[in-house]
Design a protein around this ligand. Structure first.
Ligand code: EPZ
Length: 419
């Protein structure tokens, strides 16, 4: 097992280049199964979830070659479909996209129940509802999902809950279906738009991604092509909040500033500064104790739940009491107990947490409970006075490429060591 050893307290300064979006990449890779051809995927983040996905696709007969650090060529012409290896698909959450893609391509999918960060129940009933609307039979049990169909037929789908995964899976299953599908009450995250853009580049006929209603006209086949993954909104937001938490000055390059509007507004509400240098570059700096603010996580374009823990680090030493309401996941405040070990004063009750700002945090051994909490605890260690050790960092490697090198380049004293 590895851990990060961080020697705080450091003011982060400099530039960081953002990678491609994990939550787009983990959907676009399985989406290549719908293509009878060769896809070149660029700006692919080099993270463990992507490496696992490439291994899973190879077991299905997909040929994947890495032609550059962040580029793969995916040849899906000989998908000799076998069941996705259950032990691999249970390693992370996004394996459920294999169902929509294999159902669309092979009319059958057998996938292990998805794993992923422990944020609460994380049911997949809305995914099943979408597949059944399109004419599939879905059985969930014995640790796997089996979906079969004689042929998917376009239909109207109304999702009961705004769900990123169910929205994307419904799109994947509709692309090659017979006829037109409309999906309502959809999620609108940037990664959903990116999946739709990828599929349209390969010949799909999808309209309205990023709005409340998505319409898909089924097509016979998708052809190969080249696509570059959208910059990671959450990685960019993570570094924006690192600048505020450490009273630093960071220029974030290769991001889409529009995707960060809600965070930029909150950072300015706290008295820190955000300057748009260009459409893909933001400068964030903070020269005094931030003011307290209230946060409620919501589906896009609301405040992202995946930035809630990173914002929590800032609120822990803000001036006054902040209230955070986590409306997406039942259990996403585990990191506050770790922060309290570092001297924070946070009272988390159910899906609401009260942050009473303290003068500063102190270095302590802490443990990551999920991907974003792990990134948040790195920021806490850089901002804190003394040495912090962050364990369970395999969570962090799932979603951030070379995170310690990026923080080192900004001035942090951080080392990856084997426990
Ligand atoms: C995606 O998870 C992201 N993961 C999560 O990011 C992110 O937190 C989440 O969307 C919300 O933005 C990936 O994209 C791989 P949901 P997903 O379906 O699709 C309920 C990270 O850190 N729900 O939008 O699993 C669910 O319980 C990760 O990168 C159902 O009830 O999230 C939750 O309360 C962590 N039934 C809400 O909807 C369903 O069938 C939103 O979940 C599906 C979801």
């Amino acid at each position: 097992m590895e851990k990060f050893v961080i020697n705080g307290k450091t003011r982060l300064e400099g530039e960081v280049i953002i990678n491609g979006a994990k939550n787009a990449a983990v959907a676009i890779l399985p989406a290549t199964l719908l293509v009878n051809g060769i896809c070149t995927i660029e700006n692919l983040p080099n993270i463990s979830d992507i490496n696992i996905y490439c291994d899973i696709l190879r077991t299905l007969g997909v040929k994947i070659t890495k032609t550059a650090p962040n580029t793969v060529v995916v040849d899906t012409r000989d998908v000799n479909y076998i069941d996705a290896p259950l032990d691999m698909t249970s390693k992370f959450r996004a394996s459920y996209y294999l169902i929509g893609a294999l159902l669309g391509r092979c009319k059958r999918a057998v996938v292990g129940m998805p794993g992923g960060c422990k944020l609460g129940a994380r049911p997949i009933d809305q995914h099943a509802k979408a597949f059944e609307c399109l004419g599939a039979k879905v059985d969930i049990g014995q640790g796997k999902i089996v979906a079969t169909t004689d042929g998917l037929v376009g239909n109207s789908i109304y999702l009961d809950i705004v769900s990123v995964g169910a929205t994307i899976n419904a799109i994947l299953a509709s692309v090659l279906a017979e006829g037109t599908t409309t999906i309502e009450n959809v999620a609108k995250e940037p990664h959903i738009v990116d999946v739709a853009n990828f599929l349209n580049t390969m010949g799909a006929d999808i309209h309205g991604a990023g709005t409340d209603i998505i319409k898909i006209n089924g097509v016979k086949e998708l052809h190969g092509g080249t696509y570059s993954i959208v910059p990671d909104q959450i990685e960019a937001g993570t570094f924006m909040l690192a600048a505020v938490a450490t009273r630093g000055d960071i220029t974030i390059k290769n991001c889409i500033t529009k995707h960060l509007d809600v965070l930029s507004a909150k950072i300015e509400e706290m008295g820190a500064h955000v300057e748009e240098i260009s459409g893909d570059t933001l400068r964030v700096w903070c020269d005094k104790k931030p003011k307290c603010v209230n946060i409620k996580t919501l589906p896009y374009p609301g405040f992202p739940t995946d930035l809630q823990s990173q914002m929590g680090i800032v609120l822990a030493t803000a001036d006054g009491t902040s209230i955070v309401t986590e409306s997406i996941w039942e259990s996403r405040f585990q990191y506050t107990a770790e922060l309290n070990k570092m001297g924070a004063k946070i009272n988390a009750q159910g899906n609401v947490a009260f942050f009473d700002g303290v003068p500063e945090l102190y270095g302590r051994p802490v443990s990551a409970s999920d991907l974003r909490a792990g990134a948040a605890l790195i920021i806490a260690g850089i901002a804190a006075n003394g040495v912090t050790e962050v364990s369970n960092i395999e969570y962090i490697d799932r979603g951030y490429e070379n995170i310690e090198d990026k923080f080192k380049a900004l001035g942090a004293d951080i080392k990856r060591v084997t426990e």
